[in-house]
Write a protein that binds this ligand. Structure first.
Ligand SMILES: Cc1cc2nc3c(=O)[nH]c(=O)nc-3n(C[C@H](O)[C@H](O)[C@H](O)COP(=O)(O)O)c2cc1C
Length: 206
């Protein structure tokens, strides 16, 4: 029997998974237009986002979907939080930008990291799992033909915004994943040379 993965090792781009992984790029939220995912597609994406390594099966993450009018309503909260956070009153242009933050893409998913003390799963590992959930969500959306942007911006760290989202004390935003159709194809960006980031461990001589 032909193993499709081994077969594709001759030309990795023949393997659709490798082709996606080796060419994917984020697309800025401003460039994410309609159409967004259907309800079924979003369910597929969230199901895959929840299928990440998770030490001790704690599900140390949850997802808040921001779609439709809710994006504008939450934008009002963001504008208020901006006024509260800034020393000088923000300009009308800035406030308009803040109001429209979540309107930049058809759907935004807030990925929430929720850790709990566990003797077998250190907090660090639970946080890493939330990062994996963010990226699995991006990859699932990308595989369905949508472009994504995993960002945080100041609002992820703002108490008022987090409270309005319903975050409990120990919960944190791991990322806002903006999902939509790419208005333009993003350019390539430089990646680190493997020689700068890969070493091979050897036992010390002597
Ligand atoms: C946790 C996290 C938060 C990020 N927050 C921001 C952000 O607030 N603003 C931003 O421009 N990029 C942010 N980024 C970077 C983008 O997600 C993205 O990786 C980058 O812009 C383009 O890289 P890519 O095309 O390889 O995905 C963040 C990345 C991570 C992992």
């Amino acid at each position: 029997m032909v193993n499709p993965v081994n077969d594709a090792a001759n030309n990795p781009m023949d393997n659709p998974v490798l082709a996606l992984l080796s060419t994917r790029r984020s697309v800025k939220p401003e460039m994410l237009v309609a159409p967004g995912p259907s309800a079924d597609e979003l369910e597929t994406m969230l199901t895959i986002a929840a299928r990440v390594p998770d030490h001790k099966k704690l599900a140390p993450w949850r997802f808040i979907v921001l779609e439709g009018d809710a994006r504008a309503r939450l934008g009002e909260v963001v504008a208020e939080a901006c006024i509260a956070a800034e020393k000088e009153p923000p300009s009308p242009v800035r406030l308009d930008l803040e109001r429209r933050r979540f309107l930049r893409a058809p759907v935004v998913v807030a990925v929430v990291s929720r850790t709990k003390p566990h003797p077998g799963a250190p907090e660090w590992e639970q946080i890493l799992s939330a990062g994996a959930a963010c990226f699995n969500l991006c990859l699932a959306a990308n595989a369905l033909g949508y472009a994504t942007s995993w960002i945080t911006e100041w609002l992820a760290y703002d108490k008022e915004v987090c409270a309005a989202l319903g975050l409990a004390g120990a919960e944190r935003i791991a990322g806002f994943v903006y999902i939509g159709t790419a208005a333009a194809r993003p350019e390539e960006r430089e990646r680190p040379a493997l020689s700068d980031i890969v070493t091979r461990w050897r036992p010390k001589e002597g």
